[in-house]
Design a protein around this ligand. Structure first.
Ligand SMILES: C[S@@+](CC[C@H](N)C(=O)[O-])C[C@H]1O[C@@H](n2cnc3c(N)ncnc32)[C@H](O)[C@@H]1O
Length: 207
């Protein structure tokens, strides 16, 4: 199984053979000694022959790619069976209180890098789309995961580890924490993320 944009390897399944692909040495250095072997490469130019892996996963990485279409084409080229992508639905992200009330500019900056679910369906015909709700105690620290923990949005360490904050420091640092707490009680965390699962057995005429 190929894990592209693997980062530190947080979601790599322990019960199957995984090959990670990651371009950033900073991220590669954070991988544990027992993590899957990693190739330093980008998804747009995978150093793999055609049809050499059974499946691929791409978890919250699409929005970092230089060229999403080229990356998806590469996945389709090297994968025999199934491609699973976890990404953000920015229409839902726009409804999240932290974005709607405090960081609307995020939608024009960081979030603009996420392809819409419609665009992904166009690029990967036959794709199944499943909606994942984000629980209030979600263990991950991606931005939408913290919707019920407003104090976390003020934690410099958490901000430093999450890319949206890099474009929005001014508004975050001026927002009062009491307002976060009040607003969070009105929020819900439904459907901030979406999985797109492309089962290559369903169609042969992809991308
Ligand atoms: C938000 S992190 C997600 C890491 C990991 N998938 C996870 O869920 O923990 C996004 C990752 O995509 C990587 N990335 C950026 N551009 C990429 C590209 N063109 N091809 C593959 N990975 C890329 C980044 O270096 C980063 O490690």
């Amino acid at each position: 199984m190929l894990n592209v944009g693997a980062g530190a390897g947080s979601y790599e399944p322990p019960d199957r053979w995984v090959l990670a692909v990651e371009p950033s040495e900073v991220m590669i250095d954070q991988r544990l000694p027992n993590a899957a072997p990693v190739l330093k490469a980008t998804v747009e130019q995978l150093p793999l022959a055609d049809q050499t892996v059974d499946a691929a996963m791409a978890i919250l990485t699409l929005h970092h790619w230089e060229n999403i279409e080229a990356g998806l084409l590469e996945l389709v080229r090297v994968v025999r069976d199934r491609i699973v992508i976890l990404t953000m639905d920015t229409e839902k992200l726009a409804e999240l209180w932290i974005v709607r009330d405090y960081l609307p500019e995020l939608l024009g900056q960081h979030a603009a890098r996420f392809p819409s679910i419609g665009r992904l369906r166009q690029l990967l015909p036959g794709t199944n789309v499943e909606v994942l709700s984000v629980p209030r105690d979600c263990q991950d620290g991606f931005m939408a995961a913290l919707w019920a923990r407003p104090d976390a949005y003020l934690d410099p360490a958490i901000r430093a580890a999450t890319s949206p904050w890099q474009t929005s420091r001014r508004r975050l640092s001026s927002a009062p924490s009491a307002s976060y707490a009040k607003t969070s009680t009105q929020a819900n965390g439904n459907a901030a993320t979406t999985t797109c699962s492309r089962d290559k057995r369903l169609t042969s005429d992809c991308v």
